[in-house]
Design a protein around this ligand. Sequence first.
Ligand SMILES: [Zn+2]
Ligand SMILES: [Zn+2]
Length: 398
Amino acid sequence: MAMAVGEEDVLPITIPEALDSLARVIVDIIRKNRTMVEYYIYPKETPSEIEAYRPRLQVLYTRLESLSALDLAQLTLLVDDAAALMSAFLLPIIDQLLNAVHGVQQIFINHYDRDLEDRKPYNGIYTTLEYREKQLKKFQADQMRNPQRRLPETVIPIPPNPTEPSFCRFAVAYTNHRDHGKLAQVMSEDLTSEDREKLRNTGGAYLSWDCPGCAFKLKYHVLSSMTSSMQMTDDVRSHSSVPEVEYRPTWLVKCHVYQAKSRNGRDSLLWDDRRESVMDSRRGSTIRRQSDARSSRTSNPFFFGGPRRSKSEIVTDKYATLNTTSRESKAKYGCPFCFVTGRPYGHMDYRNGRELAEHIAARHHLGKPPSSLLLEKYMVGLSGRCADNVRRWDLNIR
Ligand SMILES: [Zn+2]
Ligand SMILES: [Zn+2]
């Protein structure tokens, strides 16, 4: 019980405050280490076991920096419980800092000065870290209990801003493991010669993941029963112009921006992918329609009626009809990594998987990868290696 009271007692903290404070603590530790070395060791050479703490602290500092670069408000639009997730990534950093401080203090006690056991030179730092840990744990628990908690896809503006592309709420849902996609077969007219060759050589079938909220559809290849869902498919894509990046179709689903259904009932934005050069004119004729009645309704900007339509559908269709600017209709994918670092515009209008891959290779390469939080959330591999709890990558940067 005493512990429960203690937990209640801590002062509230915000994520930016925690980030700032931890960065300062790391600087304090480095400074303290230097003072201790100067007092007890200098001019002799610093033993490697003490020296080893410097790169360890540097790694933790870099991790803090990449978390600090995330814009929490933007992150909230894309991932579940963004603030709680941030604290979930901060707590292990605190844990490692506590370990480091304990370890280095112990070295000085064991090898240089027994009295340090009582004097505890790192005590101030230790106390601060423990307090921040309590604050963040409480923060995290409060976040999860918050009655105002909302799923990110319900926070994404509906309808999306008609002048700027924005992530489709079903892309956001998918990122958070809520797959609302409809599956459909791919008509033979929609297979490229490349696709047909794949079917001839390896068998299997092509399926289409159709977004229930917008015109986005994505074709993918399935081969065996075991790997027939989009999460499991072996359909891995890469582009000869971007050897540093490979991805599965799921990555594109997560990055798709809202695409209005077109006014004449022909979704000109059909399949993505490797066929950007074959923007063929025949595709319009092969699209399955939900119903003819619906497309005629859609074509009338003043028709907002219909007994079974929800409010959001009506507004969405309104925008679909009123906004057919070329820019909007070209954007298919956005970069979530830029979006959550507060750089949404100009990173939201990739026309196909290759353009997005080129952007990833240029801006989020191995030398400057996204924060570990994003790597985990978006299931990103770095040279094939994923976070411990990610069993398979959707995007691999190599
Ligand atoms: Zn969509
Ligand atoms: Zn980016």
